[in-house]
Design a protein around this ligand. Structure first.
Ligand code: C2E
Ligand code: MG
Ligand code: MG
Length: 659
């Protein structure tokens, strides 16, 4: 009597559906996904052959050609069915990213030996006919050595199940259950088929297991960042969890593109994804030549994590950076031609060593950019882990929340000198934070952290209130000052009622808007959006003026600058520091000339020496701010020193009032 094909018929659409979803959901990249595609395709083919062979059976006795095809089909069925077992084990190993455990060539070879024996036996079957036979009269019948196939399948199944048990501690339960279901269901199907040989349920049971894996294990929306087709943030976290659970040594190279968000806004989402995909592709093939097991993860808008084996020495990417940049340039010409270029910083983290928990690794990757100078391209985490700044960073949320509730902030003021009028014309208000444990905390550390944690508005409110009170309490005119500069953060500018609040403050303290100038950094102006710009324009209409801070750290071109509503541009210390070199001098000269052409006034920030002052004076810079004249000072000291300097100037007109 023939077999009951009902279950095979049901299995087929399930497999086809799975293959369809694999391609629709784009879970096609990465070794485990590729293996899974092989697995499902093989199982589909096995099912099709199973059905065909059964239908073929109706044509008994076979003609010679029919017999030949039937033999080929039986052969293909057994080969595909057997290889599937091996592929599934490989899928488990790659999915759990534990391939590194099988580094030795001998172990890898041993792993394949049973399967090689089976294949050898199957390929030589036409000669010895010990595995199966086909005859024109009776069709397919098992040979005496068919048990070899079952035995090998059992060996791989036992190995795979044991391996899953071993991996239990770092795989989520639902994923673990789904992976194990393949073995459990196949086991049940084999028993069923032993009891009821006519019911072909094996392929159906595998189909159900595959369905569970597709639904519960692959989940590309979480694992793959669909925008760029790379494993995403969740996958990175899962990888770290696994690494830390088994204490597997790794080296992680974190590449952060500081201007990723801006470039995305500039060239649009789709082009940006294409750009990142290209860069990631270059990085992968480059790193594969160093470590073939490297894995790449992507976190938007511009962070790539490369996980390398960390058992050997730390790989130093620094000597290769120029070459890498060049390859990226060559392959992304179309973007660079459009004036776009990603500017990244790289940090190398060794686990264990630099960081010992998942949270620490994640934090290092997120925060290293705050701990190194903007111009530094590469840093090894060892260089800053353990420093006080790093420790402060670890506890920043506690420090900031405490400072906000206990009002541990204080305003300092740094005077700004006018080269034309030869006097201090204004001052910049700079916030200071004092912590009982760590003492003074530099704004360069806590301001970016507060911005990330969404704590800038309360700090900004404190700053505004203090400065307005300062202006009300002190007679600026008597100190010779025209206005005070206040730094604004994006979060403040975006506040719905920001202009109203400024108006309320101004009224309360009786401030003339001309006494206040707001500073917005070049980079944060890019993130302002229409709401922020609307607020800025409204404040301008009220009589407040604005400066563009830290010019030279962003990507403004002259056309854009000419359209900005700011009268004053502050040149960042980074540019001023280069005044000592010929090219630096030329750059500043051109910047100043350009700015003058579009009718801007210029402040040079971070001026520390007399040579810089005289050079800037020659180059026609308007204002100077820097330690050469004065560091930021607490209110009392500032008022007394600036007052005295003004008195002195009125009586003797000094050229360089160093105070
Ligand atoms: P910024 O607005 O560009 O301020 C100028 C920074 O340069 C200040 O650093 C100042 O102390 C420093 N500086 C001035 N002259 C020299 C010099 O000759 N040499 C050196 N090495 N440094 C000089 P500070 O006070 O540490 O502030 C750092 C940044 O923190 C500020 O850069 C600003 O972006 C931010 N910040 C400070 N106070 C506030 C605030 O009240 N609100 C907001 N949103 N940001 C603030
Ligand atoms: Mg400033
Ligand atoms: Mg600045």
């Amino acid at each position: 009597m023939g077999q009951i094909l009902f279950f095979d018929y049901c299995a087929l659409p399930i497999y086809l559906l799975i293959i369809f979803t694999i391609f629709v959901r784009k879970t096609t990249k990465g070794s485990s996904n590729v293996l899974y595609i092989f697995l499902t395709v093989f199982l589909t083919l096995t099912t099709i052959i199973d059905i065909l062979a059964e239908c073929y059976g109706a044509f008994l006795p076979f003609s010679e050609t029919e017999l030949f095809f039937f033999d080929v089909m039986s052969f293909a069925y057994l080969v595909l069915r057997n290889i599937s077992g091996v592929i599934y084990v490989l899928f488990i190993i790659t999915y759990t990213r534990t391939m590194y455990r099988f580094k030795s060539k001998k172990v890898r070879f041993l792993f394949f030996v049973p399967e090689l024996i089976v294949l050898l036996a199957l390929f030589t079957n036409p000669i010895h006919r010990k595995i199966y036979t086909v005859s024109a009269e009776t069709g397919y019948s098992r040979g005496p050595y068919i048990m070899l196939l079952y035995l090998v399948a059992l060996i791989y199944a036992v190995f795979g199940s044991a391996y899953l048990v071993y991996c239990r501690k770092f795989i989520e339960t639902r994923i673990w259950m789904a992976l194990l279901s393949m073995y459990l269901l196949t086991f049940l199907a084999v028993i069923w088929q032993l009891l009821y040989p006519r019911w072909l349920v094996e392929m159906y049971s595998s189909a159900i297991a595959c369905l569970m894996i597709t639904l519960l294990v692959l989940r590309p929306e979480e694992i793959t960042d669909t925008s760029v087709g790379l494993p995403g943030w969740q996958a990175y976290k899962a990888e770290l969890h696994k690494i830390v659970t088994v204490r597997h040594p790794v080296q992680i190279l974190v590449l952060r593109y500081m201007n990723g968000g801006n470039i995305r806004a500039y060239i649009g989402e789709e082009a940006y994804q294409d750009y990142v995909r290209k860069i990631a592709g270059i990085l992968i093939s480059f790193l594969r030549s160093i470590d073939d097991s490297v894995e790449l993860f992507y976190e938007g808008p511009g962070t790539l994590y490369c996980v390398l084996e960390g058992e050997s020495e730390e790989y130093d990417i620094l000597p290769d950076i120029d070459r890498l940049r060049q390859i990226v340039s060559e392959n992304t010409r179309e973007y660079e031609a459009a004036g776009v270029r990603m500017e990244g910083q790289i940090c190398s983290i060794m686990y264990p060593g630099d960081a010992d928990s998942e949270e620490e690794i994640i934090r290092l990757g997120h925060e290293f950019t705050n701990l190194i100078p903007p111009a530094q391209i590469y840093v090894k985490a060892t260089e800053f882990v353990g420093t006080t700044d790093y420790e402060i960073g670890t506890r920043m949320d506690v420090i900031l929340n405490k400072a906000i509730t206990e009002k541990k902030f204080e305003m300092y003021y740094q005077p700004i000198y006018s080269l034309k009028e030869k006097r201090f014309i204004s001052a910049e208000a700079l916030v200071r934070l004092w912590d009982d444990t760590y003492g003074p905390i530099p704004p360069g550390l806590f301001i970016p952290a507060a911005e990330r944690m969404g704590l800038m508005p309360p700090i900004g409110d404190y700053v505004l209130e203090s400065v307005f009170r300062f202006i009300a309490d002190n007679d600026l005119k008597a100190m010779g000052l025209d206005y005070i500069e206040i730094n604004l953060s994006v979060a403040q500018c975006l506040q719905e009622n920001f202009p109203d609040r400024i108006k309320e403050l101004g009224d309360r303290y009786g401030i003339n808007p001309e006494q206040v100038n707001f500073e917005i950094t070049e980079t944060s102006y890019d993130d302002m959006g229409s709401n922020g710009e609307k607020n800025i324009r409204q404040l301008m209409e009220m009589g407040y003026s604005f400066s563009l801070d830290d010019y030279g750290t962003g990507y403004s071109n002259i056309r854009r600058l000419s359209k900005l509503p700011m009268k004053i541009i502050k040149i960042d210390k980074g540019l001023i520091d280069d005044l000592g070199t010929e090219s630096g001098k030329r750059i500043i000269k051109n910047v100043i000339r350009m700015m003058k052409d579009i009718d801007k006034e210029l402040v040079a920030e971070g001026v520390e020496s007399e040579e810089e002052v005289s050079l800037l004076s020659e180059l026609d810079c308007d204002f100077i701010q820097g330690f050469y004249f004065s560091k930021p000072l607490p209110v009392k000291e500032f008022v007394s020193r600036i007052g005295k300097a003004y008195e002195k100037k009125r009586s003797s007109d000094p050229l360089t009032p160093v105070i």
